[in-house]
Design a protein around this ligand. Structure first.
Ligand code: ATR
Length: 276
């Protein structure tokens, strides 16, 4: 039996076991996927012992993504771009890492708004953490013409912009209120709106009607940002799809089947979020 897991500190709230457990059942695979609480100081040792513990790989969540990146023997370009890894597997005993958040966001985004060509689009990313880096990388690779990073702490936006280069640039946090008038796509990667807390204060009254608004926060599923955009008649992209799609490459590596993100899987996680 093949065993995989997700590690983090804390880990109780991870929904990855639900996702991978659903796929194991759907495809009739003799495998398991659990969750393991691993302290940051123990993470490198845990990863180094994967093979000895009979584990084929794991997902890594906060605050261990940078440690997984640093511990790896080989890093895929997706991880190099972000400086953090969320997916780990073994190749001939060597620890290999990737960051599938870029894939997860870009795949869900393309499926949600198939009419939008990212090539040439103007993107506003709110936040400058790991998720912002993953999305900026995806948008840069896809040929966006302008990628504005707006962050409360401006230095982090500037660091991200200088690490990526053109067309990524730092824009003042205060400019977010008018983003719907100058960006084709607005993406919230900050924690604002999580569990209904906080408000980004974006004015959608003057928005371009074609502006698309995405949030990576998925609890609640419809954040205050997405609700305001919907009320203004704008197309929205929720955060749950990124979570579902980022899980695909890991499952395929560990269990040998490329799984589908279906409406049934989505409903399973929605029920969990809503406590049904
Ligand atoms: P991750 O790596 O998961 O993307 P992170 O590195 O913790 O997350 O980043 C969280 C983001 O939310 C940051 O951009 C943070 O802004 P700062 O860099 O200024 O800390 C942003 N954020 C969190 N709370 C915020 C708030 N109340 N107002 C504005 N931005 C906030």
């Amino acid at each position: 039996m093949k065993r995989a897991c997700v590690i983090g500190w804390p880990i109780e709230h991870s929904r990855s076991p639900l996702i991978h457990g659903h796929w194991l059942k759907t495809y009739g695979i003799d495998g398991s996927y659990g969750k393991v609480a691993v302290r940051p100081e123990d993470a490198a040792t845990f990863l180094r012992s994967l093979a000895a513990n009979g584990t084929v790989g794991c997902n890594v969540t906060v605050p261990l993504k940078e440690i997984a990146f640093a511990t790896a023997d080989r890093r895929e370009a997706s991880a190099e771009a972000v400086g953090a890894a969320n997916t780990v597997w073994l190749e001939d005993g060597r620890l290999v890492v990737a960051n599938t958040d870029t894939y997860g966001f870009m795949t869900h985004f393309a499926r949600s708004v198939p009419g939008l060509d990212v090539a040439g689009a103007r993107i506003a990313i709110l936040g400058a953490g790991g998720a912002a880096r993953a999305i900026a990388y995806g948008m840069q690779e896809a040929g966006a013409s302008d990628i504005a990073i707006l962050n409360r702490t401006r230095e982090r936006a500037e660091a991200l912009a200088s690490a990526f280069g053109h067309p990524v640039r730092a824009v003042d946090w205060s400019e977010r209120t008018t983003a719907a008038t100058w960006a084709d796509v607005i993406i919230n990667t900050t924690t604002i709106g999580m569990k209904g807390e906080g408000d980004l204060g974006i004015d959608f009254m003057t928005a371009e009607p074609t502006c698309i608004v995405a949030d990576i926060v998925y609890v609640p599923l419809q954040t205050g940002l997405l609700r305001a955009a919907t009320e203004a008649g704008l197309a929205t992209v929720d955060g749950l799809g990124m979570l579902l799609h980022q899980a695909v490459p890991g499952f395929e590596r560990w269990f040998g089947v490329r799984p589908e993100v279906t409406a049934e899987l989505r409903q399973l996680i929605v029920n969990d979020i809503e406590g049904v």
